[in-house]
Design a protein around this ligand. Structure first.
Ligand SMILES: [Fe+2]
Length: 187
């Protein structure tokens, strides 16, 4: 993601504190957590939601990078926010979401030394997912984040494929479209 687009998302999260949702759905693993969602496009479960066109356009520019053969979740992208020292204890995502893999673009803090890594693992979250400008993780595996003193915000694209399949598609050049825009580019 370009620095310009990242700055646009940073402004959006900064200006949208009152629109953050602390999501908690009935699920066998429903747990107290500090993860807030900013819905930037309309959502079936939130009929009052009417995100500004600016937000919708931003998400469209992100989702547009995906290769057309990649199955996306019904709700394909969201922005997330974890407050300083917020905790997201180990869990697996509700399979009803149809989003087995999350592709993450860190927004703040955009610094490997300041970004609190998530931990993930099939049985227990025992492997660090360190900072990268873009990375993917399996929502089927147990995952957790214990944030540090910085606001942790990110954009995530939701893909309904196993994480290993996402990696295979990436290796064969079939995860993203050939990119050459001011928002995303190959180097
Ligand atoms: Fe999760």
């Amino acid at each position: 993601m370009s620095e310009g687009l990242r700055n646009e998302f940073e402004q959006v999260i900064f200006n949208s504190q009152s629109s953050l949702h602390r999501h908690q759905v009935p699920h066998k693993e429903a747990i107290p957590h500090d993860l807030d969602i900013l819905f930037m496009t309309p959502h079936d479960h939130y009929s009052n939601l009417n995100p500004p066109q600016h937000h919708r356009n931003l998400i469209e520019r992100v989702v547009d990078i995906m290769h057309p053969d990649i199955p996306l979740a019904a709700f394909p992208a969201t922005m997330f926010h974890i407050p300083p020292h917020g905790e997201v204890p180990a869990h697996v995502d509700n399979p009803d979401y149809g989003r087995r893999t999350g592709i993450v673009f860190p927004i703040t803090p955009y610094d490997p030394d300041k970004w609190a890594p998530c931990k993930t693992g099939i049985h227990e979250p025992d492997t660090y997912c360190e900072f990268h400008s873009c990375y993917a993780f399996s929502t089927d595996a147990r995952h957790e984040v214990y944030n540090n003193e910085y606001v942790r915000s990110m954009v995530q694209i939701w893909v309904d494929l196993d994480c290993s399949e996402v990696y295979d598609r990436f290796k064969t050049g079939k995860l993203f479209k050939p990119l050459n825009s001011k928002d995303f580019f190959f180097v």
